[in-house]
Design a protein around this ligand. Structure first.
Ligand SMILES: O=P(O)(O)OC[C@H]1O[C@H](O)[C@H](O)[C@@H](O)[C@@H]1O
Length: 567
Protein backbone atom coordinates (compact mmCIF):
# COMPACT_ATOMS: atom_id res chain seq x y z
CA UNK A 1 0.00 0.00 0.00
CA UNK A 2 1.15 3.55 -0.60
CA UNK A 3 2.76 5.19 2.40
CA UNK A 4 1.52 8.47 3.77
CA UNK A 5 3.91 11.40 3.27
CA UNK A 6 5.78 12.12 6.50
CA UNK A 7 4.16 15.54 6.89
CA UNK A 8 0.73 13.90 7.22
CA UNK A 9 1.77 11.43 9.85
CA UNK A 10 0.43 13.32 12.84
CA UNK A 11 -2.91 14.14 11.31
CA UNK A 12 -5.05 11.10 12.13
CA UNK A 13 -4.20 11.15 15.82
CA UNK A 14 -5.86 14.50 16.11
CA UNK A 15 -8.49 13.92 13.47
CA UNK A 16 -10.13 11.14 15.48
CA UNK A 17 -9.37 12.07 19.02
CA UNK A 18 -11.83 13.97 21.13
CA UNK A 19 -10.38 17.08 22.70
CA UNK A 20 -13.02 17.33 25.37
CA UNK A 21 -12.50 14.80 28.13
CA UNK A 22 -15.06 12.03 28.32
CA UNK A 23 -15.96 12.87 31.87
CA UNK A 24 -16.77 16.46 30.91
CA UNK A 25 -19.32 15.53 28.28
CA UNK A 26 -22.91 16.51 29.00
CA UNK A 27 -24.25 13.00 28.57
CA UNK A 28 -21.58 11.60 30.87
CA UNK A 29 -22.53 14.05 33.60
CA UNK A 30 -26.20 13.28 33.01
CA UNK A 31 -25.46 9.56 33.29
CA UNK A 32 -23.59 10.13 36.53
CA UNK A 33 -26.60 11.91 37.98
CA UNK A 34 -28.95 9.29 36.61
CA UNK A 35 -26.85 6.61 38.26
CA UNK A 36 -26.53 8.47 41.52
CA UNK A 37 -30.19 9.36 41.97
CA UNK A 38 -31.96 6.51 40.15
CA UNK A 39 -30.08 3.66 38.56
CA UNK A 40 -28.09 2.48 41.52
CA UNK A 41 -31.38 1.87 43.28
CA UNK A 42 -32.94 -0.01 40.35
CA UNK A 43 -34.36 -3.41 41.19
CA UNK A 44 -35.05 -5.63 38.21
CA UNK A 45 -38.17 -7.13 39.77
CA UNK A 46 -39.59 -3.62 40.18
CA UNK A 47 -38.64 -2.56 36.66
CA UNK A 48 -40.39 -5.65 35.29
CA UNK A 49 -43.43 -5.13 37.49
CA UNK A 50 -43.72 -1.49 36.39
CA UNK A 51 -43.68 -2.40 32.71
CA UNK A 52 -45.30 -5.76 31.89
CA UNK A 53 -43.99 -5.57 28.31
CA UNK A 54 -40.39 -4.82 29.26
CA UNK A 55 -39.16 -8.22 28.07
CA UNK A 56 -40.67 -7.61 24.65
CA UNK A 57 -39.51 -4.04 24.21
CA UNK A 58 -35.93 -3.94 25.46
CA UNK A 59 -34.84 -6.13 22.61
CA UNK A 60 -33.09 -5.66 19.28
CA UNK A 61 -32.63 -8.00 16.38
CA UNK A 62 -30.31 -8.14 13.40
CA UNK A 63 -28.44 -10.57 11.15
CA UNK A 64 -30.04 -13.58 12.82
CA UNK A 65 -29.36 -12.52 16.42
CA UNK A 66 -32.18 -11.70 18.83
CA UNK A 67 -30.82 -9.70 21.73
CA UNK A 68 -32.88 -9.40 24.90
CA UNK A 69 -31.30 -6.73 27.07
CA UNK A 70 -34.28 -6.27 29.36
CA UNK A 71 -32.52 -7.96 32.29
CA UNK A 72 -30.13 -5.04 32.57
CA UNK A 73 -30.16 -2.27 35.16
CA UNK A 74 -31.52 0.21 32.66
CA UNK A 75 -34.67 2.06 31.72
CA UNK A 76 -35.44 3.70 28.41
CA UNK A 77 -34.06 6.88 29.98
CA UNK A 78 -30.75 5.13 30.65
CA UNK A 79 -30.56 3.88 27.10
CA UNK A 80 -31.36 7.34 25.74
CA UNK A 81 -28.57 8.86 27.81
CA UNK A 82 -26.12 6.12 26.79
CA UNK A 83 -26.88 6.72 23.13
CA UNK A 84 -26.54 10.46 23.67
CA UNK A 85 -23.09 9.79 25.03
CA UNK A 86 -22.29 7.66 21.98
CA UNK A 87 -23.39 10.53 19.74
CA UNK A 88 -21.46 13.11 21.72
CA UNK A 89 -18.38 10.90 21.36
CA UNK A 90 -18.86 10.90 17.59
CA UNK A 91 -19.54 7.17 17.29
CA UNK A 92 -21.27 7.41 13.94
CA UNK A 93 -18.48 9.50 12.37
CA UNK A 94 -15.91 7.07 13.67
CA UNK A 95 -17.86 4.14 12.23
CA UNK A 96 -17.92 5.85 8.85
CA UNK A 97 -14.21 6.60 9.11
CA UNK A 98 -13.47 2.94 9.82
CA UNK A 99 -15.57 1.62 6.96
CA UNK A 100 -14.11 4.23 4.61
CA UNK A 101 -10.55 3.16 5.30
CA UNK A 102 -9.29 6.21 7.19
CA UNK A 103 -6.22 5.54 9.27
CA UNK A 104 -8.08 5.30 12.54
CA UNK A 105 -5.40 3.08 14.07
CA UNK A 106 -3.55 6.28 14.80
CA UNK A 107 -0.53 5.01 16.71
CA UNK A 108 0.36 2.63 13.89
CA UNK A 109 -0.88 4.92 11.11
CA UNK A 110 -3.06 2.18 9.67
CA UNK A 111 -6.54 1.84 8.29
CA UNK A 112 -8.81 -0.68 9.99
CA UNK A 113 -10.64 -2.54 7.30
CA UNK A 114 -11.60 -6.00 8.45
CA UNK A 115 -15.09 -5.05 7.26
CA UNK A 116 -13.72 -4.95 3.69
CA UNK A 117 -12.80 -8.64 3.99
CA UNK A 118 -16.44 -9.57 3.96
CA UNK A 119 -17.93 -7.11 1.50
CA UNK A 120 -19.56 -8.69 -1.56
CA UNK A 121 -17.37 -9.00 -4.65
CA UNK A 122 -19.69 -6.65 -6.52
CA UNK A 123 -18.72 -3.70 -4.29
CA UNK A 124 -15.77 -1.39 -4.67
CA UNK A 125 -13.81 0.35 -1.96
CA UNK A 126 -10.97 2.52 -3.10
CA UNK A 127 -8.55 3.36 -0.34
CA UNK A 128 -5.53 5.48 -1.12
CA UNK A 129 -5.88 4.69 -4.80
CA UNK A 130 -6.37 0.93 -4.52
CA UNK A 131 -9.55 -1.11 -4.78
CA UNK A 132 -9.23 -3.20 -1.66
CA UNK A 133 -12.28 -5.34 -2.49
CA UNK A 134 -10.59 -6.52 -5.68
CA UNK A 135 -7.48 -7.44 -3.69
CA UNK A 136 -9.55 -9.30 -1.10
CA UNK A 137 -11.50 -11.22 -3.72
CA UNK A 138 -8.31 -12.17 -5.50
CA UNK A 139 -6.89 -13.79 -2.36
CA UNK A 140 -10.23 -15.42 -1.55
CA UNK A 141 -10.34 -16.96 -5.02
CA UNK A 142 -6.82 -18.37 -4.58
CA UNK A 143 -7.73 -19.70 -1.15
CA UNK A 144 -10.78 -21.40 -2.63
CA UNK A 145 -8.78 -23.16 -5.32
CA UNK A 146 -6.26 -24.36 -2.77
CA UNK A 147 -8.88 -25.40 -0.22
CA UNK A 148 -10.76 -27.42 -2.84
CA UNK A 149 -7.56 -29.11 -3.92
CA UNK A 150 -6.80 -30.15 -0.35
CA UNK A 151 -10.37 -31.25 0.33
CA UNK A 152 -10.64 -33.32 -2.84
CA UNK A 153 -7.24 -34.93 -2.43
CA UNK A 154 -5.94 -33.29 -5.62
CA UNK A 155 -3.26 -31.52 -3.57
CA UNK A 156 -0.81 -34.23 -2.74
CA UNK A 157 2.15 -34.30 -0.42
CA UNK A 158 5.74 -35.02 -1.39
CA UNK A 159 5.14 -38.76 -1.74
CA UNK A 160 1.93 -38.38 -3.70
CA UNK A 161 -0.42 -39.01 -0.76
CA UNK A 162 -3.44 -36.73 -0.27
CA UNK A 163 -3.52 -34.43 2.75
CA UNK A 164 -5.54 -35.73 5.71
CA UNK A 165 -4.17 -33.59 8.54
CA UNK A 166 -3.82 -29.83 8.63
CA UNK A 167 -1.76 -28.14 11.32
CA UNK A 168 -2.27 -24.40 11.79
CA UNK A 169 0.87 -22.89 13.29
CA UNK A 170 0.22 -19.44 14.71
CA UNK A 171 -0.43 -17.59 17.94
CA UNK A 172 -2.77 -14.83 19.15
CA UNK A 173 -4.91 -13.63 16.30
CA UNK A 174 -3.27 -16.16 13.99
CA UNK A 175 -4.55 -19.00 16.19
CA UNK A 176 -7.55 -18.06 18.33
CA UNK A 177 -9.95 -17.15 15.52
CA UNK A 178 -9.29 -20.22 13.35
CA UNK A 179 -9.29 -22.48 16.42
CA UNK A 180 -12.56 -21.05 17.72
CA UNK A 181 -14.16 -21.29 14.27
CA UNK A 182 -12.95 -24.86 13.88
CA UNK A 183 -14.60 -25.86 17.15
CA UNK A 184 -17.73 -23.87 16.40
CA UNK A 185 -18.19 -25.30 12.93
CA UNK A 186 -17.02 -28.86 13.50
CA UNK A 187 -20.42 -29.99 12.39
CA UNK A 188 -19.67 -28.54 8.94
CA UNK A 189 -16.18 -29.96 8.70
CA UNK A 190 -15.12 -32.53 6.17
CA UNK A 191 -14.92 -35.73 8.18
CA UNK A 192 -11.78 -37.23 6.66
CA UNK A 193 -9.68 -34.13 7.36
CA UNK A 194 -8.42 -33.42 10.85
CA UNK A 195 -7.34 -29.98 12.02
CA UNK A 196 -4.74 -29.24 14.67
CA UNK A 197 -3.60 -25.98 16.21
CA UNK A 198 -0.07 -25.34 17.36
CA UNK A 199 0.62 -22.10 19.18
CA UNK A 200 2.55 -22.71 22.40
CA UNK A 201 6.32 -22.69 22.15
CA UNK A 202 6.44 -25.38 24.85
CA UNK A 203 7.98 -28.31 22.93
CA UNK A 204 5.25 -30.52 24.34
CA UNK A 205 2.75 -28.69 22.16
CA UNK A 206 4.58 -29.57 18.97
CA UNK A 207 5.45 -33.10 20.01
CA UNK A 208 1.91 -33.86 21.14
CA UNK A 209 0.54 -32.41 17.91
CA UNK A 210 2.71 -34.39 15.53
CA UNK A 211 2.66 -37.58 17.59
CA UNK A 212 0.98 -40.14 15.39
CA UNK A 213 0.57 -37.81 12.40
CA UNK A 214 1.74 -39.33 9.10
CA UNK A 215 4.10 -36.70 7.70
CA UNK A 216 3.29 -37.60 4.10
CA UNK A 217 -0.38 -36.68 4.72
CA UNK A 218 0.22 -33.58 6.84
CA UNK A 219 0.03 -29.97 5.72
CA UNK A 220 1.34 -27.10 7.85
CA UNK A 221 -0.19 -23.66 7.47
CA UNK A 222 2.18 -21.12 8.97
CA UNK A 223 0.00 -18.17 9.94
CA UNK A 224 1.70 -15.00 11.01
CA UNK A 225 0.84 -11.48 10.01
CA UNK A 226 4.42 -10.36 10.59
CA UNK A 227 6.16 -13.70 10.02
CA UNK A 228 8.54 -12.68 12.80
CA UNK A 229 6.63 -13.83 15.90
CA UNK A 230 9.16 -15.85 17.85
CA UNK A 231 6.85 -18.62 19.01
CA UNK A 232 5.41 -19.18 15.56
CA UNK A 233 8.77 -19.06 13.80
CA UNK A 234 10.27 -21.45 16.34
CA UNK A 235 7.40 -23.89 15.93
CA UNK A 236 7.47 -23.57 12.15
CA UNK A 237 11.21 -24.35 12.08
CA UNK A 238 10.75 -27.31 14.40
CA UNK A 239 7.83 -28.63 12.34
CA UNK A 240 9.94 -28.22 9.21
CA UNK A 241 12.75 -30.24 10.77
CA UNK A 242 10.31 -32.93 11.84
CA UNK A 243 8.87 -33.15 8.34
CA UNK A 244 12.24 -33.28 6.61
CA UNK A 245 13.41 -35.92 9.05
CA UNK A 246 10.28 -37.99 8.52
CA UNK A 247 10.33 -37.76 4.73
CA UNK A 248 14.10 -37.65 4.35
CA UNK A 249 14.06 -34.86 1.80
CA UNK A 250 14.35 -31.05 2.01
CA UNK A 251 12.36 -30.79 -1.18
CA UNK A 252 9.29 -32.04 0.70
CA UNK A 253 8.85 -28.66 2.39
CA UNK A 254 7.27 -27.04 -0.63
CA UNK A 255 4.35 -29.52 -0.72
CA UNK A 256 3.76 -29.52 3.04
CA UNK A 257 4.10 -25.87 4.06
CA UNK A 258 1.97 -22.95 3.02
CA UNK A 259 2.10 -19.47 4.48
CA UNK A 260 -0.44 -16.84 5.42
CA UNK A 261 1.22 -13.49 5.99
CA UNK A 262 1.68 -9.86 5.06
CA UNK A 263 5.44 -10.49 4.91
CA UNK A 264 6.10 -12.36 1.68
CA UNK A 265 9.86 -11.85 1.94
CA UNK A 266 10.24 -13.61 5.29
CA UNK A 267 7.93 -16.42 4.25
CA UNK A 268 10.04 -17.02 1.09
CA UNK A 269 13.17 -17.09 3.21
CA UNK A 270 11.54 -19.86 5.24
CA UNK A 271 11.16 -21.93 2.08
CA UNK A 272 7.52 -21.39 1.26
CA UNK A 273 6.83 -21.14 -2.43
CA UNK A 274 5.29 -17.77 -3.31
CA UNK A 275 2.51 -19.59 -5.13
CA UNK A 276 1.57 -21.19 -1.82
CA UNK A 277 1.34 -17.95 0.10
CA UNK A 278 -1.88 -16.21 0.91
CA UNK A 279 -1.56 -12.58 1.70
CA UNK A 280 -3.40 -10.01 3.67
CA UNK A 281 -2.75 -6.39 4.53
CA UNK A 282 -1.56 -4.20 7.34
CA UNK A 283 -5.12 -2.87 7.66
CA UNK A 284 -6.23 -6.21 9.10
CA UNK A 285 -5.43 -6.41 12.80
CA UNK A 286 -4.36 -9.83 14.09
CA UNK A 287 -7.40 -10.19 16.35
CA UNK A 288 -9.69 -9.08 13.52
CA UNK A 289 -8.20 -11.45 10.97
CA UNK A 290 -10.28 -14.63 11.01
CA UNK A 291 -12.14 -13.47 7.91
CA UNK A 292 -8.85 -12.93 6.03
CA UNK A 293 -6.51 -15.62 4.68
CA UNK A 294 -5.83 -16.43 8.34
CA UNK A 295 -9.08 -18.36 7.97
CA UNK A 296 -7.49 -20.73 5.44
CA UNK A 297 -7.71 -23.70 7.82
CA UNK A 298 -11.38 -22.83 8.44
CA UNK A 299 -12.01 -22.80 4.72
CA UNK A 300 -10.25 -26.12 4.22
CA UNK A 301 -12.34 -27.66 7.00
CA UNK A 302 -15.78 -26.31 6.11
CA UNK A 303 -15.35 -25.63 2.40
CA UNK A 304 -15.38 -22.38 0.42
CA UNK A 305 -19.16 -21.98 0.28
CA UNK A 306 -19.57 -22.23 4.03
CA UNK A 307 -16.65 -19.84 4.49
CA UNK A 308 -18.46 -17.38 2.20
CA UNK A 309 -21.59 -17.89 4.33
CA UNK A 310 -19.56 -16.92 7.40
CA UNK A 311 -18.37 -13.78 5.61
CA UNK A 312 -21.98 -13.02 4.63
CA UNK A 313 -23.03 -13.22 8.30
CA UNK A 314 -20.24 -10.84 9.24
CA UNK A 315 -21.16 -8.48 6.45
CA UNK A 316 -24.83 -8.47 7.50
CA UNK A 317 -23.78 -7.41 11.02
CA UNK A 318 -21.29 -4.87 9.60
CA UNK A 319 -24.06 -3.24 7.58
CA UNK A 320 -26.40 -3.29 10.52
CA UNK A 321 -23.74 -1.58 12.65
CA UNK A 322 -23.08 1.01 9.98
CA UNK A 323 -26.69 1.86 9.17
CA UNK A 324 -29.06 1.02 12.03
CA UNK A 325 -30.07 3.80 14.40
CA UNK A 326 -28.12 3.50 17.64
CA UNK A 327 -31.24 2.69 19.64
CA UNK A 328 -31.71 -0.52 17.61
CA UNK A 329 -28.08 -1.18 16.91
CA UNK A 330 -26.93 -4.43 18.53
CA UNK A 331 -23.19 -3.68 18.72
CA UNK A 332 -23.89 -0.16 19.99
CA UNK A 333 -26.27 -1.50 22.65
CA UNK A 334 -23.84 -4.20 23.81
CA UNK A 335 -20.92 -1.79 23.79
CA UNK A 336 -22.75 0.95 25.67
CA UNK A 337 -23.99 -1.50 28.30
CA UNK A 338 -20.38 -2.50 28.92
CA UNK A 339 -19.52 1.18 29.35
CA UNK A 340 -22.51 1.57 31.68
CA UNK A 341 -21.45 -1.19 34.04
CA UNK A 342 -17.72 -0.53 33.94
CA UNK A 343 -17.82 3.23 34.31
CA UNK A 344 -20.89 3.75 36.47
CA UNK A 345 -21.28 0.53 38.50
CA UNK A 346 -17.56 -0.19 38.72
CA UNK A 347 -18.03 -3.71 37.30
CA UNK A 348 -14.59 -5.10 36.58
CA UNK A 349 -15.43 -8.13 34.53
CA UNK A 350 -17.83 -9.45 31.96
CA UNK A 351 -18.75 -13.12 31.60
CA UNK A 352 -19.47 -14.75 28.25
CA UNK A 353 -21.53 -17.90 28.62
CA UNK A 354 -22.38 -19.82 25.47
CA UNK A 355 -24.86 -22.68 25.84
CA UNK A 356 -23.26 -24.67 23.08
CA UNK A 357 -20.52 -27.23 23.23
CA UNK A 358 -19.33 -25.93 19.88
CA UNK A 359 -18.67 -22.46 21.26
CA UNK A 360 -16.39 -23.55 24.06
CA UNK A 361 -13.46 -21.58 22.63
CA UNK A 362 -15.48 -18.41 22.14
CA UNK A 363 -14.50 -16.90 25.52
CA UNK A 364 -10.79 -17.42 24.76
CA UNK A 365 -11.22 -15.81 21.37
CA UNK A 366 -13.12 -12.89 22.87
CA UNK A 367 -10.45 -12.34 25.49
CA UNK A 368 -7.96 -11.29 22.85
CA UNK A 369 -10.55 -9.38 20.85
CA UNK A 370 -11.76 -7.36 23.80
CA UNK A 371 -8.80 -7.00 26.13
CA UNK A 372 -6.02 -6.58 23.59
CA UNK A 373 -8.21 -3.99 21.89
CA UNK A 374 -9.41 -1.98 24.86
CA UNK A 375 -6.95 -2.72 27.65
CA UNK A 376 -5.46 0.77 27.29
CA UNK A 377 -4.55 3.50 29.75
CA UNK A 378 -4.07 6.56 27.57
CA UNK A 379 -6.30 8.40 25.11
CA UNK A 380 -5.50 8.83 21.44
CA UNK A 381 -3.72 12.03 22.54
CA UNK A 382 -1.53 10.04 24.90
CA UNK A 383 -3.12 11.48 28.01
CA UNK A 384 -3.92 9.18 30.93
CA UNK A 385 -7.58 8.22 31.07
CA UNK A 386 -9.42 9.05 34.27
CA UNK A 387 -12.00 6.30 33.87
CA UNK A 388 -11.95 2.54 33.62
CA UNK A 389 -11.38 0.94 30.19
CA UNK A 390 -11.72 -2.74 29.25
CA UNK A 391 -13.25 -5.08 31.79
CA UNK A 392 -11.81 -8.57 32.13
CA UNK A 393 -13.70 -10.83 29.75
CA UNK A 394 -13.91 -14.40 30.83
CA UNK A 395 -16.22 -17.35 30.63
CA UNK A 396 -16.77 -20.90 29.56
CA UNK A 397 -19.39 -23.21 28.23
CA UNK A 398 -22.42 -22.11 30.31
CA UNK A 399 -23.60 -25.50 31.48
CA UNK A 400 -20.15 -26.45 32.73
CA UNK A 401 -19.83 -23.05 34.38
CA UNK A 402 -23.02 -23.66 36.33
CA UNK A 403 -21.28 -26.46 38.13
CA UNK A 404 -18.20 -24.45 38.91
CA UNK A 405 -18.07 -20.65 38.96
CA UNK A 406 -21.76 -19.65 38.80
CA UNK A 407 -21.83 -19.74 42.60
CA UNK A 408 -19.89 -16.49 42.55
CA UNK A 409 -22.17 -15.00 39.87
CA UNK A 410 -25.21 -15.65 42.04
CA UNK A 411 -23.96 -14.96 45.55
CA UNK A 412 -20.51 -13.40 45.27
CA UNK A 413 -19.80 -9.80 46.21
CA UNK A 414 -18.96 -8.49 42.72
CA UNK A 415 -21.28 -7.50 39.95
CA UNK A 416 -20.44 -9.53 36.84
CA UNK A 417 -22.64 -8.68 33.85
CA UNK A 418 -23.22 -11.85 31.81
CA UNK A 419 -23.78 -12.52 28.12
CA UNK A 420 -25.81 -15.68 27.60
CA UNK A 421 -25.70 -17.10 24.09
CA UNK A 422 -28.04 -19.89 23.02
CA UNK A 423 -29.58 -21.51 19.96
CA UNK A 424 -33.16 -22.47 19.17
CA UNK A 425 -32.23 -25.43 17.05
CA UNK A 426 -29.36 -27.69 17.93
CA UNK A 427 -26.60 -28.35 15.44
CA UNK A 428 -26.89 -32.00 16.52
CA UNK A 429 -30.01 -33.34 18.17
CA UNK A 430 -30.71 -35.95 20.80
CA UNK A 431 -34.21 -36.13 22.22
CA UNK A 432 -34.84 -33.47 24.89
CA UNK A 433 -31.20 -32.58 25.38
CA UNK A 434 -31.70 -29.29 23.57
CA UNK A 435 -34.60 -28.39 25.84
CA UNK A 436 -32.55 -29.23 28.91
CA UNK A 437 -29.67 -27.10 27.66
CA UNK A 438 -31.76 -24.05 26.85
CA UNK A 439 -33.94 -24.40 29.95
CA UNK A 440 -30.75 -23.98 31.92
CA UNK A 441 -29.76 -20.84 30.06
CA UNK A 442 -33.15 -19.20 30.56
CA UNK A 443 -33.26 -20.32 34.20
CA UNK A 444 -29.84 -18.90 34.99
CA UNK A 445 -30.62 -15.48 33.55
CA UNK A 446 -33.91 -15.48 35.49
CA UNK A 447 -32.24 -16.55 38.73
CA UNK A 448 -29.54 -13.90 38.40
CA UNK A 449 -32.09 -11.18 37.71
CA UNK A 450 -34.74 -11.99 40.29
CA UNK A 451 -32.95 -14.05 42.93
CA UNK A 452 -34.75 -15.53 45.91
CA UNK A 453 -35.87 -13.46 48.85
CA UNK A 454 -35.48 -14.24 52.55
CA UNK A 455 -39.23 -14.62 52.73
CA UNK A 456 -39.33 -17.26 50.00
CA UNK A 457 -36.43 -19.14 51.51
CA UNK A 458 -38.29 -19.22 54.84
CA UNK A 459 -41.52 -20.30 53.17
CA UNK A 460 -39.66 -23.31 51.84
CA UNK A 461 -39.14 -24.39 55.45
CA UNK A 462 -35.43 -23.70 55.49
CA UNK A 463 -33.90 -23.91 59.00
CA UNK A 464 -33.37 -20.36 60.24
CA UNK A 465 -29.57 -20.67 60.52
CA UNK A 466 -29.38 -21.58 56.83
CA UNK A 467 -31.64 -18.81 55.56
CA UNK A 468 -28.91 -16.24 54.87
CA UNK A 469 -26.90 -18.85 52.99
CA UNK A 470 -29.80 -19.70 50.74
CA UNK A 471 -30.85 -16.19 49.80
CA UNK A 472 -30.13 -15.04 46.24
CA UNK A 473 -29.82 -11.26 46.06
CA UNK A 474 -30.77 -11.13 42.35
CA UNK A 475 -30.55 -7.84 40.45
CA UNK A 476 -27.57 -9.21 38.54
CA UNK A 477 -27.62 -8.02 34.95
CA UNK A 478 -27.39 -10.10 31.82
CA UNK A 479 -27.95 -10.07 28.08
CA UNK A 480 -29.54 -13.06 26.39
CA UNK A 481 -28.71 -13.69 22.76
CA UNK A 482 -30.91 -16.15 20.99
CA UNK A 483 -29.93 -17.41 17.55
CA UNK A 484 -31.85 -19.83 15.37
CA UNK A 485 -28.96 -22.23 14.82
CA UNK A 486 -25.19 -22.27 14.95
CA UNK A 487 -24.23 -21.99 11.28
CA UNK A 488 -21.30 -20.33 9.50
CA UNK A 489 -23.59 -17.35 8.87
CA UNK A 490 -24.69 -16.94 12.48
CA UNK A 491 -21.16 -17.47 13.78
CA UNK A 492 -19.97 -14.70 11.45
CA UNK A 493 -22.69 -12.39 12.60
CA UNK A 494 -21.95 -13.11 16.29
CA UNK A 495 -18.24 -12.41 15.86
CA UNK A 496 -18.88 -9.15 14.01
CA UNK A 497 -21.31 -8.17 16.78
CA UNK A 498 -18.54 -8.44 19.36
CA UNK A 499 -15.98 -6.76 17.10
CA UNK A 500 -18.19 -3.72 16.77
CA UNK A 501 -19.17 -3.72 20.42
CA UNK A 502 -15.44 -3.49 21.19
CA UNK A 503 -15.12 -0.64 18.69
CA UNK A 504 -18.04 1.19 20.28
CA UNK A 505 -16.41 0.93 23.71
CA UNK A 506 -13.07 2.13 22.34
CA UNK A 507 -14.68 5.19 20.75
CA UNK A 508 -16.31 6.17 24.03
CA UNK A 509 -13.06 5.73 25.91
CA UNK A 510 -11.20 7.65 23.17
CA UNK A 511 -8.49 5.02 22.93
CA UNK A 512 -6.81 3.21 20.06
CA UNK A 513 -8.58 -0.17 19.95
CA UNK A 514 -6.32 -1.43 17.19
CA UNK A 515 -2.78 -1.25 18.54
CA UNK A 516 -1.20 -3.52 21.18
CA UNK A 517 1.95 -1.85 22.48
CA UNK A 518 1.38 -3.54 25.82
CA UNK A 519 2.61 -6.87 24.51
CA UNK A 520 6.07 -5.57 23.55
CA UNK A 521 7.95 -5.20 26.83
CA UNK A 522 7.56 -8.83 27.85
CA UNK A 523 8.79 -9.92 24.41
CA UNK A 524 11.92 -7.75 24.69
CA UNK A 525 12.75 -8.98 28.16
CA UNK A 526 12.16 -12.59 27.15
CA UNK A 527 14.75 -12.33 24.37
CA UNK A 528 17.43 -11.16 26.79
CA UNK A 529 16.40 -13.68 29.43
CA UNK A 530 16.44 -16.55 26.91
CA UNK A 531 20.14 -15.84 26.30
CA UNK A 532 20.76 -15.93 30.04
CA UNK A 533 18.99 -19.26 30.43
CA UNK A 534 20.98 -20.81 27.62
CA UNK A 535 24.36 -19.36 28.60
CA UNK A 536 24.68 -19.82 32.36
CA UNK A 537 27.81 -17.69 32.38
CA UNK A 538 25.98 -14.48 31.48
CA UNK A 539 25.88 -11.98 34.35
CA UNK A 540 22.45 -11.15 35.70
CA UNK A 541 21.31 -7.56 36.10
CA UNK A 542 17.63 -7.96 36.94
CA UNK A 543 15.86 -7.22 40.20
CA UNK A 544 16.61 -9.58 43.09
CA UNK A 545 13.49 -11.69 42.50
CA UNK A 546 14.17 -12.28 38.79
CA UNK A 547 17.87 -12.89 39.46
CA UNK A 548 17.04 -15.47 42.14
CA UNK A 549 14.51 -17.22 39.90
CA UNK A 550 17.04 -17.43 37.06
CA UNK A 551 19.75 -18.73 39.42
CA UNK A 552 17.35 -21.34 40.77
CA UNK A 553 16.43 -22.36 37.22
CA UNK A 554 20.09 -22.67 36.24
CA UNK A 555 20.83 -24.74 39.32
CA UNK A 556 17.86 -26.98 38.63
CA UNK A 557 19.03 -27.47 35.06
CA UNK A 558 22.54 -28.14 36.21
CA UNK A 559 21.25 -30.78 38.63
CA UNK A 560 22.57 -29.01 41.73
CA UNK A 561 19.10 -28.58 43.27
CA UNK A 562 16.21 -30.97 43.11
CA UNK A 563 12.96 -30.84 45.03
CA UNK A 564 10.87 -33.57 43.46
CA UNK A 565 11.65 -36.82 45.24
CA UNK A 566 9.93 -38.89 42.58
CA UNK A 567 12.54 -37.97 39.95
O1 LIG B 1 0.28 -12.95 13.37
P1 LIG B 1 1.53 -12.57 14.10
O2 LIG B 1 2.25 -11.43 13.46
O3 LIG B 1 2.41 -13.77 14.27
O4 LIG B 1 1.11 -12.07 15.53
C1 LIG B 1 0.49 -12.92 16.45
C2 LIG B 1 0.06 -12.19 17.70
O5 LIG B 1 1.20 -11.75 18.41
C3 LIG B 1 1.31 -10.49 18.98
O6 LIG B 1 2.14 -10.53 20.08
C4 LIG B 1 0.07 -9.71 19.25
O7 LIG B 1 -0.13 -9.47 20.61
C5 LIG B 1 -1.17 -10.28 18.66
O8 LIG B 1 -2.04 -9.23 18.37
C6 LIG B 1 -0.92 -11.08 17.41
O9 LIG B 1 -2.14 -11.60 16.94
Amino acid sequence: MTKLPAADLQLPLFAYSQRESLTEKRAWIALQEHHQYSARHFRLERLFAADPRRGETLIAEAAGIYLDYSKNLVTTETMTLLMQLARQCGLQDRVEAMFRGDRINATEQRAVLHTALRKPASERLVVEGEDVIAQVQDVLARMEVFAEQVRSGAWTGHTGRPIRHVVNIGIGGSDLGPMMAHEALRHYSQRDLSLHFLSDVDAAALLETVRGLPAEETLFIVCSKTFTTLETMTNAQAARQWLVQQLGDEAAVVRHFVGVTTNIEEASRFGIDERNMFGFWDWVGGRYSMSSAIGLSTMIAIGPQHFRDMLAGMHAMDEHFRTAPLEQNLPAILGMLTVWYGNFFDARSQAVLPYSQYLKRLPAYLQQLTMESNGKQVTLHGEPVDYQTSPVYWGDNGINGQHSFYQMLHQGTQMVPCDFIGFCQPAQALEQQQELLMANMFAQAEALAFGKTVQRVREEGTPEELVPHRVFPGNRPSNSMLIEQLTPYSLGSLIALYEHSVFTQGVIWNIDSFDQWGVELGKQLAKRTARELIDHGQPLHHDSSTNALIRRYRACQGGTVASDPSK
